[in-house]
Write a protein that binds this ligand. Structure first.
Ligand code: C2O
Ligand code: CU
Ligand code: CU
Length: 563
């Protein structure tokens, strides 16, 4: 079956069979007028690779409070051109920066951050008040920052309903009691996360520890954060948020759509930037901070994006939650929204060369060829030019050979939980909502893991698209992925097909976000450590998370009765 007919097949199955898991519930009907997809405008007009890559500024503490370093971060509206040939765009940013300022924290050194909402009362984008949590009387401008990947007390986790309005602030505490990892912070306000993040509310948070520092990894000017996003600009160079349906048609103005794909690639908030580098090793910290777009990245030495790619090998040394057991040589790497990668690239034999950071992931991912016409992949993101002289003698650095990673022992597992990911569609097959076990965020919690226990979670994807599933509070391990028989599933049985596949080597370390592909089951093992209380798990496609592929879970004390 080709992808298109498989999609129709799935749709007809979901539409015709009423299974408890996929049952329908009342939902406002949407009858959007469908404007034609606008043709790419700026991608053919802007000169590529002329602007230097911006590097996020580090933020420094203002002092100490209650034994913790104290930081103050204000969310503000500001203007800045995203490309030197564009007028300034209106953006939202932490400390008036996009991406937000870079936090550098040390394991064992807790910090407190006062997050102040100093945004205007008017949102940059229309709010779809049909989305739960965004209906009146909820004000348009609400924010709550979340430190993604961090083991944080629930009260400081930035739960979606803990939002606050302009003129208010909160103080959150981050214990930094976990191994070195590329964490990141972003807005999480209920029902408008996609809009707040798209407006610019995200940033990197490097947690470091002694183990990492002893490795003599490239540091300072040679450690470069790369925050990858995509955006669409109107003819005046202002942000345009225009979500689409699976078939590429745009959602009605101001209404929710299941995905957003921008026309332009953004790296550290610059369009098609370039970085001049020395012929030496660099460490690149990658973050996919896009709303919906997956990036399948490679370093291309070929002259043009249409030439046969000539790939440079690089090494992945870390994933979401810390360093890998051993470096993994790669020529391509896939990052779903919210996934991070810690890479070493050696330019020492590439003097004088130009290398393009390229991407061939389709949108939606994994997609089908038909849609390539509608959302062309963003083939080129940025360029590295190996044109700088070697300024400092290169510090001795050997690739880490092996760091022992404690396993999460499957023998400790006490509960297996299944989470069915589905899409509710209208009669034309257009998405109305994305769901987990046919429930939305407002439905009561059903998941109560015990503090200290190990659970196996299986995400069962009945939709056509991949979902990057994220769990707050924890770093987990991927056990495997395996296909399942969709027909049997509709009859109420989970029957696996094919062989289970272990995680790719670059995913074999600590993860807080993992991709589950269409018609596959993703199995992960989680140890619930640190805190009791309420947390959330959700798809990190921001459009899905907002409506309504997000659910609460509550960590209960070890002695609690089983729920
Ligand atoms: Cu990156 Cu619930 O978040
Ligand atoms: Cu998170
Ligand atoms: Cu999703």
């Amino acid at each position: 079956m080709n992808a298109k007919s498989r999609r129709d097949f799935l749709r007809s199955c979901v539409a015709s069979v009423s299974l408890p898991l996929l049952e329908n519930r009342a939902w406002p009907q949407v009858h959007p007028k469908l404007p034609a997809i606008p043709l790419p405008y700026w991608s053919t007009r802007l000169e590529r690779f002329i602007d230097p890559l911006p590097i996020p500024q580090r933020i420094h503490p203002e002092g100490k409070r209650g034994g913790a370093l104290f930081y103050r971060v204000r969310m503000r509206e500001f203007e800045k051109p995203l490309h030197s040939q564009l007028p300034p765009a209106k953006l939202w940013g932490y400390e008036g920066q996009c991406p937000g300022p870079l936090f550098e924290a040390m394991r064992g050194v807790p910090i407190s951050v006062e997050w102040a909402n100093e945004l205007p009362k008017q949102h940059l984008f229309p709010i779809d008040t049909h989305i739960h949590g965004a209906a009146s009387p909820a004000p348009a401008v609400r924010t709550v920052p979340h430190l993604h990947g961090s083991r944080t007390d629930s009260r400081s986790d930035g739960l979606p309903e803990a939002w606050f309005t302009p003129g208010h602030s909160v103080v959150f505490h981050y214990p930094n009691d976990q191994q070195a990892a590329p964490l990141w912070y972003h807005d999480h306000a209920l029902g408008i996360t996609r809009l707040n993040v798209y407006a610019g509310l995200s940033g990197f948070y490097f947690l470091r520890d002694g183990e990492e520092l002893r490795m003599n990894l490239p540091a300072g000017d040679y450690e470069i954060p790369l925050v990858l996003q995509d955006r669409t600009l109107d003819k005046h160079g202002q942000l345009n948020y225009c979500p689409t349906y699976d078939d590429g048609t745009e959602a009605a103005p101001g209404r929710w759509g299941p995905q957003f794909f921008g026309e332009l690639p953004i790296v550290n908030d610059a369009i098609y930037p370039r970085l001049d580098v020395e012929p030496r090793r660099y460490r690149f910290r990658l973050l996919n901070a896009a709303n919906s777009r997956f990036f399948h990245l490679y370093l291309n030495l070929a002259g043009k994006p249409t030439d046969v790619p000539k790939l440079a090998t690089f090494y992945q040394i870390g994933s979401d939650g810390g360093l890998l057991e051993a470096p993994v040589p790669l020529q391509r790497i896939l990052l779903g929204p919210a996934e991070r990668a810690d890479l070493i690239v050696d330019f020492s034999s590439l003097e004088g060369k130009i290398i393009t950071l390229s991407n061939d992931a389709s949108a939606p991912y994994p997609g089908w060829d038909l849609l390539r016409e509608i959302h062309p992949p963003l083939l080129e993101l940025m360029q590295f030019r190996v044109v700088l002289p070697l300024t400092r003698s290169v510090r001795a650095f050997t690739m880490p050979s092996s760091i022992p990673l404690p396993p999460v022992d499957p023998a400790d597992e006490v509960v297996t939980r299944d989470f069915v990911l589905s899409q509710r569609s209208d009669a034309q097959g257009k998405a109305l909502a994305m769901l987990i076990n046919n429930k939305g965020y407002d439905d009561p919690a059903t998941v109560f893991p015990k503090l200290g226990s190990v659970e196996k979670w299986r995400f069962i994807n009945t939709t056509d698209d991949s979902h990057p599933m994220h769990v707050h509070l924890v770093q987990f391990r991927i056990v495997e992925r395996q296909g399942f028989d969709f027909g049997a599933f509709l009859r109420g049985k989970l029957e696996f097909v094919g062989q289970p596949r272990p995680p790719a080597p670059g995913e074999a370390g600590w993860k807080d976000t993992a991709i589950v592909n269409p018609q596959e089951v993703l199995t992960i093992l989680i140890r619930f450590e640190g805190y009791e209380g309420k947390y959330v798990y959700h798809c990190h496609v921001a459009e899905h998370e907002d409506n309504d592929m997000m659910r609460p879970f509550i960590v209960v004390s070890a002695g609690a009765k089983p729920a």
